[in-house]
Design a protein around this ligand. Structure first.
Ligand code: ADP
Ligand code: MG
Length: 464
């Protein structure tokens, strides 16, 4: 089969097959988080079980878990990923609180049962029971995506494919997962990220087992694929996806797809695939407005109160503050809220705004870690233009706009002065930077597309 696109992907597979050396990872934690944090929290975590895409870690208490989840989980996952790329989730088991209290996630599914799941494709097909329609909160930014997702569940193959796109952390995976949960009792549901799809694809090629691979994916009656943008530039994978897609549509299987951008905006993807992806219903999810953010915070707080049977000490002022300050996406919003809750719990106090500002300093004050270089690279990748072109003196719009966006972000997200920024953009004058900032500020106000792009870029930069 196609050998042409395997170069970088082969590395990926060999990484997948490794098993983790936990003490090595612990060493890395110590380096990343510092010895104080390490010795008070992270040293006490044990690795209980390793799967290809997630880990189960043991922690002493529930509080311990909440604390770690709210403060360190993102970075921990990042670290673990650097050892084993395929890990995309960490779950916790509480070891000491009473004899049989286990994490909510394990209520229906004790560890003994989990360990029986073989390292098979099925293992990656697990739907997360916590991401369902009931706890997906509706707002103006996601209303249509939500109602279309529900409609697909009522009448399969009405919109085929259903294609949902939007920036990171806006609820795409949540919706796809909810659809899977809803349909799984009556259908053969396949839920997979494009990245995992590739993993199995490559593995099957290596094992000379393409027949099984094809069978496996083509027999589903509902095929849900997350983050399809991952197939960009991967020719062999696109070929396989195209055939899978066609054979599913032929037998009227429902296909649901998520992506970070509209089908026609997927560069380095074959035209015939883009046109297939555009053949059904295309819906976008936008960044949440204040109302939705507030609703999500309140719902979370209510859940916590119910779950832990304790009050949370978070008042209206703080809720409003968090909703206003968190600008990029819902994942970030929840992360911030978790930190605030953990802090209030550990100090047993009702927080005020200035406490919050302190707790969140590192979240809102990321300017220091974002460099002009990083912005330039991210922007040129995003618009798919070579960095050298973006920095060049050429004035054509396809280059000038991204250049201005990069300058705008450099001004907004770093502490560099206007002249400094100008210098970093091939020695331009600071007035050019001022002009860029003004232009982009104006465009963000009247041009939805520009607003979306800039928000997405901010998310990307903050995520890394
Ligand atoms: P994406 O796949 O678009 O990057 P996710 O689906 O992973 O985003 O969402 C990020 C986080 O935000 C998840 O924890 C998800 O449950 C939560 N979330 C997103 N949108 C909503 C919503 N409308 N209501 C409740 N939680 C949400
Ligand atoms: Mg996602």
């Amino acid at each position: 089969m196609e050998k042409k696109s395997l170069n970088s992907q082969t590395i990926f597979v060999s990484e997948e097959e490794e098993t983790l050396n936990w003490s090595e990872i612990q060493n890395n934690f110590e380096k990343t988080f510092g010895s104080e944090v390490y010795s008070s929290w992270l040293r006490n975590i044990s690795l209980l079980k390793e799967y290809n895409d997630y880990l189960i870690l043991g922690v002493p208490t529930r509080f311990f878990r909440d604390w770690i989840v709210s403060r360190y989980l993102d970075k921990m996952l990042e670290q673990v990923k650097s050892f084993k790329l395929s890990i995309n989730r960490i779950e916790f088991k509480i070891l000491e609180e009473g004899k049989s209290i286990v994490d909510e996630k394990f209520k229906n599914e004790n560890l003994g049962k989990i360990s029986e799941i073989k390292d098979s494709i099925l293992n990656y097909n697990r739907l997360n029971p916590n991401l369902n329609f009931e706890n997906f909160i509706e707002g103006s930014s996601n209303q249509i995506a939500l109602s279309s997702s529900k409609k697909v569940c009522q009448q399969v193959s009405r919109y085929n494919p259903l294609y949902i796109y939007g920036g990171v952390g806006l609820g795409k995976t949540h919706l796809l997962n909810a659809i899977g949960l809803e349909l799984q009792s009556k259908n053969n549901v396949m839920f997979i990220s494009a990245e995992r799809f590739m993993y199995h694809f490559i593995k099957s090629i290596k094992k000379n087992d393409m027949v099984n691979f094809k069978d496996f994916f083509r027999k589903s009656s509902v095929f849900i694929i997350d983050d399809i943008q991952f197939i960009r530039g991967k020719e062999g994978l696109q070929e396989e996806f195209f055939h899978t897609f066609n054979s599913l549509i032929e037998k009227s299987s429902q296909i649901i797809i998520s992506s970070d951008r509209a089908p026609m905006k997927l560069d380095r993807v074959q035209e015939r695939i883009k046109s297939r992806l555009s053949g059904g219903l295309i819906i976008d999810i936008d960044t949440p407005d204040l109302e939705l953010k507030t609703k999500i915070i309140k719902q979370r707080l209510e859940d916590i109160t119910n779950q832990f049977k304790e009050n949370h000490n978070i008042n209206e002022d703080v809720i409003n503050f968090i909703a206003k300050e968190s600008k990029t996406n819902i994942r970030e919003l929840i992360g911030i809220l978790n930190r605030v809750i953990a802090f209030s719990r550990i100090h047993k106090k009702t927080l005020n705004i200035s406490d919050c500002k302190n707790i969140l300093k590192d979240v809102f004050n990321q300017a220091k870690t974002i460099t002009v270089d990083k912005i330039q690279n991210t922007v040129s990748n995003f618009f798919n233009i070579p960095l050298s072109e973006m920095l060049s003196q050429r004035r054509s719009r396809p280059l000038a706009r991204p250049r201005q966006v990069a300058m705008f972000l450099a001004k907004k997200m770093t502490t560099r002065s206007l002249p400094e920024i100008g210098r970093r953009f091939a020695n331009r004058d600071h007035t050019t930077v001022i002009h860029a900032v003004k232009t982009i500020t104006r465009l963000i106000e009247k041009d939805e597309e520009m607003k979306k792009n800039v928000n997405q870029l901010k998310s990307l930069l903050l995520e890394e």
